[in-house]
Design a protein around this ligand. Sequence first.
Ligand SMILES: Nc1nc2c([nH]c(=O)n2[C@H]2C[C@H](O)[C@@H](COP(=O)(O)OP(=O)(O)OP(=O)(O)O)O2)c(=O)[nH]1
Length: 315
Amino acid sequence: MTQVTEVAAAVMLRGDPAAPEFLLAQRPPGKVYAGYWEFPGGKIEPGETARAALVRELQEELGITVEQAWPWVCCEFSYPHATVRLRFFRVNTWHGELAAIEHSNLVWLPAGAAASVAPILPANAPILRALALPSLYALSNAEEYGVAAELARLQNALSNGLRLFQVRDKTLPPTQRHAFARQVVALAARHAQVVVLINDDQELARTVGAGGVHLSSQQLWQIERRPDFARVAASCHGAADLARAAGLGLDFVVLGPLLPTASHPGTAGIGWSAFAQLVERSSLPVYALGGLQPEMLETARSRGGHGIALLRGWR
Ligand SMILES: Nc1nc2c([nH]c(=O)n2[C@H]2C[C@H](O)[C@@H](COP(=O)(O)OP(=O)(O)OP(=O)(O)O)O2)c(=O)[nH]1
């Protein structure tokens, strides 16, 4: 069996939470991949938790004391010198002045834009893509609110900064769903960097020029390879779905239902503690879904979620 080197790494974030900057550090001469840019961090020592390793490494490398670190994604990568499992944390608050104690250089870069430094450690490419994803994923609910009201709600939300939207409404009659999807794409096109995904219908997504598709958990098991769109997401209900989505190389997933929902009030959700356990080893960013309110974003993130997906609570 290949031996895996466990590593803890920090995505340090600063500035406007809706458009943050993140820190990269340049590996010094003498180390493998010298000159490459990486997230600060390092190997987890035997008996050490990933979080403790992160806190220790950031003290040693940057001279700072981490105040809050939220688990995020976990990815494995095989280099010629080693196979590494990288446990990423998002770090928003710390004490002390940042200093390049063990690195040649430090740089703050805007999340979501192409990185202006190179080369970056090869394992980190999906991480940079994941960082471009916003914290809120809004799902359409025209079936309940009506098409006109839903378009008005979307227009308002786009003005408030919404950047990721799914045309769901699986039971709208096809011609109505088609027209709705077309109008959604047209509204989204008036704003920069908005991605519209169409639930379960690749053909509709192509016809209306949407940015991607969102696969149902059923479709996730029917397709053989990642559909050819800029962004592909999927709905997951457990560990097998998460592994399948990662294996297909999707961009992100939603996991739930988390809590009882308005549409299924009697059904218990998986709850935050099962969510945290499932997310711990996910290589894809995970949005919590089901019975959530916008105020629960911080809870989702503290449990390892990338963000929250809302059907009713967005505006
Ligand atoms: N810190 C860090 N390591 C990464 C990233 N991406 C990536 O593939 N790696 C790999 C490179 C290395 O093989 C491994 C980290 O090992 P390291 O040599 O930097 O660890 P360390 O700070 O404990 O250093 P050392 O004392 O053992 O030399 O993880 C990243 O973004 N940050």
